[in-house]
Design a protein around this ligand. Structure first.
Ligand SMILES: [Cu+2]
Ligand SMILES: [Zn+2]
Length: 208
């Protein structure tokens, strides 16, 4: 024992000590790293679940709009992916009965703006019908034109609308950062008259 102790120079023992501390530190680093990786994985999983980009459904509040700006909420539109395309479930109240043109417009804004003729127009900042394929054609939900063309909504005598419509060429992801716009008057699903003949923009909701 004594020989052994003598045989170990002080420097060696300190090297051993340092290296054993090093090992402890290394082990500590490793477990910190594992914890960090686990936390990062959990966070990214949570973000994936929370992100609208990965959601298969979305709820959009529609508000009445006018040239003066954005008004009161008139209800909700829920949209979800299905094997038939996007299923849109309106649950709106307080509208005059009749048919309404309904489209996905390009921009995520429902604010009014001034048009080329200098007239302030309701919801103009929403831009035109979403047309990623640059068709320049209004052809309704089953045509080959604007992909933002949706089925018209029919409002019942009691002012409500709750009939589901399907947009076969859309998925929930397409809605993000754009606006759903309801127009007074119907929609011919053609460009005669231009853009289906929809009247004033009556209600609008930005998809977050
Ligand atoms: Cu429109
Ligand atoms: Zn259109």
């Amino acid at each position: 024992m004594i020989v052994g102790r003598l045989a170990v120079p002080p420097s060696h023992s300190s090297v051993v000590r340092r290296s054993s501390e090093g090992n402890v530190r290394l082990i500590r680093f490793a477990s910190d790293d594992v914890r960090r990786v686990a936390v990062a994985a959990l966070l990214s999983f949570a973000l994936l679940c929370a992100s609208p980009a990965w959601a298969s459904s979305v709820d959009v509040v529609l508000r009445s709009i006018s040239a003066d700006g954005i008004g009161e909420p008139i209800g909700m539109v829920s949209a979800s992916d299905s094997d038939q395309g996007l299923v849109i479930r309106p649950n709106l109240k307080g509208l005059s009965s009749g048919e309404y043109g309904f489209h996905l417009h390009s921009n995520g804004s429902c604010e009014p703006s001034v048009n080329a003729e200098g007239v302030r127009v309701a919801g103009l900042k929403a831009g035109g019908h979403w047309d990623p394929d640059k068709t320049g054609t209004h052809a309704g939900p089953f045509g080959k034109g604007h992909r933002g063309d949706l089925s018209r909504l029919v409002v019942e005598a009691d002012g409500s609308t709750s009939t589901d419509v399907v947009a076969p060429r859309l998925v929930v992801d397409d809605l993000k950062g754009r606006a759903l716009v309801l127009h007074a008057g119907g929609d011919t699903y053609t460009d005669t008259p231009p853009l289906g003949g929809g009247g004033a923009r009556a209600a609008c909701g930005v998809v977050g």
